[in-house]
Write a protein that binds this ligand. Sequence first.
Ligand SMILES: [Zn+2]
Length: 141
Amino acid sequence: MIKYKLVCKNCNLVFDSWFASSNEYERLYKKNLLKCHNCNSIKVSKTLMAPNTISKKKKSNNDYEIKKIKNINKEIKKFQKFIKNNFNYVGENFAYEARSIHYNKKKSKGIYGSVSKKEIKELKEEGISIESIPWIEKKDN
Ligand SMILES: [Zn+2]
């Protein structure tokens, strides 16, 4: 089971929803089966992944939500830093590099870069394991 935070683009409601797997989410999303409880809009999409350990107790307090999002952003930034230090950036060549590592059994530190949804699907179908993570652009402040 995997928990996603979903956001309704129509009324801005954010709510948690459980899915059997990330594929299950993609399937429902593509079929427009994800609906907002509040306004019934299907303009619902995934926000950041919520760790499963987060208490199920609901707090609708805004400050709490904002703080939580800030903490998640902080975690993502930490993770980004880790990736930048430990992985090679390949930018737009991600799909090419991932295949090259996979098929040539090339030893690699691991790579990161940008890839389209279509390419993600193709790579997964070829048995290449990749993970997508939310990425925050650095702001200077
Ligand atoms: Zn809504």
